[in-house]
Design a protein around this ligand. Structure first.
Ligand code: PLP
Length: 414
């Protein structure tokens, strides 16, 4: 055993990350997930109650009593873990129920549930496509789609973010391939904008391509009844494949799926490596996810409230003079561009009682650092007012109010 060379190399890597202001320090949450959380930061500091502005808990279901109750019951009825991958002896009736339920919710024929959406994306492309085929991806798709594409043998094309002329060029370029699959995020996680699915589906029809959408940041709350971006754009019958997660709005534990035509879901189970070689979602999670979908099928109350709160939050920040990314989803990025500034901003917010972390390279491109805020239906207006006050105070103190990109970069550096 000789770790001497390794230790030097790895320590230098960490040192470099720190020097660049890109070192991430985790905060320990000592309470359930929710709009108010108890946090220790640094790890040995006393506990502090703060408003949470950066969870993917869009519908406020992560610690909802009905969901917790459903999980408790499942623990008694179906046990804790499966100790098996799905195909050997890891599929309970509840796993299959969840697949049929999520397929129905999304308006699809069938679904295959994985341990995560990252796993769903890792399976999707490798299973369906060969070197004869072409994948045409938006350049800003989620990291797990990029990894999934890397795992497949299909030829890899991409188009400029939401640029339909460029997509059309790529579709023309790939007409000789056996199959073409366009892939986008429904809602792009870092910017909170939506893929123009109506136009994408039109182009897909014109050039005989399939459409896959990762709706992880949309399922449950985008669209009139929360089905997702395909509902929002009126193309529920035109999107071929949806991948999504149970780890965000849908209760926030874990699990993901590929939903689509029967053959597609079936092939995932025959050939998907994460399906075949990684453990099944725990029964309490499957059952609680089913309960989530039942609640969301009965009422749109939560997504409606989320929409109202989001509009309120966006307006408050805009009026205060912050530079926001345009959009109408509950992902509201406050642009600061400089990584160290984003870190400092986040730290001072925390001192003011607001939890919102800075995002910087490699999570977003260099020079695009930001505080990504996210609204939850569990928030009340009072939470947002408190958070707005904190943002204003810190914004004023650091001198960024009313400044745009150029001015911030001139003041704080690249
Ligand atoms: C969060 C996210 C994932 C990963 O989902 P997990 O279930 O946590 O693995 C995949 N795709 C997108 C677009 C996401 O935002």
């Amino acid at each position: 055993m000789s770790y001497i060379a390794g230790k030097r190399v790895f320590s230098e890597m960490i040192q470099k990350i720190k020097e660049d202001g890109l070192y991430k320090q985790e905060r320990l949450i000592c309470s359930p997930q929710g709009p108010e959380i108890i946090v220790r930061f640094p790890e040995n500091a006393p506990e502090k109650k703060v408003i949470n502005m950066c969870a993917n808990n869009y519908l406020g279901l992560s610690s909802h009593p009905e969901i917790v109750h459903a999980a408790h019951n499942a623990l008694d009825d179906r046990g804790y873990g499966m100790s098996s991958v799905r195909f050997i002896c890891g599929t309970q009736d509840v796993h299959r129920q969840l697949e049929l339920k999520i397929a129905e919710f999304l308006g699809m024929e069938d679904a295959c549930v994985f341990s995560s959406c990252l796993d769903a994306n890792a399976a999707l492309f490798e299973v369906l496509l060969t070197e004869e085929d072409a994948i045409i991806a938006d350049r800003l798709v989620h990291a797990s789609i990029i990894d999934g594409i890397r795992l497949s043998k299909a030829q890899n094309f991409n188009f400029k973010h939401s640029n339909m002329e460029h997509l059309e060029e790529k579709l023309q370029e790939t007409q000789n391939h056996r199959l073409r699959l366009i892939v986008v995020d429904g809602v792009f996680s870092m910017d909170g904008d939506m893929a123009p699915l109506d136009k994408i589906c039109e182009l897909a029809e014109k050039y005989d391509a399939m459409v896959a959408v990762d709706d992880s940041h949309a399922t449950g709350f985008i669209g009139k009844t929360g089905r997702g971006t395909h509902e929002y754009f009126g193309v529920m019958d035109k999107v071929d494949i949806i991948t999504t997660t149970f780890g965000k709005a849908l209760g926030g534990a874990n699990g993901g799926c590929v939903a689509g035509k029967k053959e597609i879901a079936d092939l995932m189970k025959q050939r998907g490596r994460p399906y075949l070689f990684s453990n099944a979602v725990p029964p309490p999670v499957a059952v609680a996810s089913i309960r989530v979908l039942d609640i969301l099928s009965q009422t749109t109350e939560r997504r409606d409230k989320l929409e109202r709160l989001t509009a309120y939050w966006r307006k408050g920040l805009t009026d205060a003079g912050f530079d926001l990314k345009e959009g109408n989803t509950p992902i509201v990025p406050v642009m600061l561009y400089n990584a160290k500034l984003a870190q400092q901003f986040s730290k001072e917010l925390y001192d003011e009682g607001v939890y919102a972390v800075g995002f910087f390279f490699p999570v977003v491109p260099m020079g695009q650092a930001r505080i990504r805020t996210q609204i939850s239906a569990a928030h009340e207006k009072e939470h947002l007012d408190f958070a707005l006050d904190a943002f204003k105070k810190v914004g004023e103190r650091l001198g960024v109010l009313g400044l745009k990109k150029k001015e911030i970069l001139a003041k704080f550096g690249e």
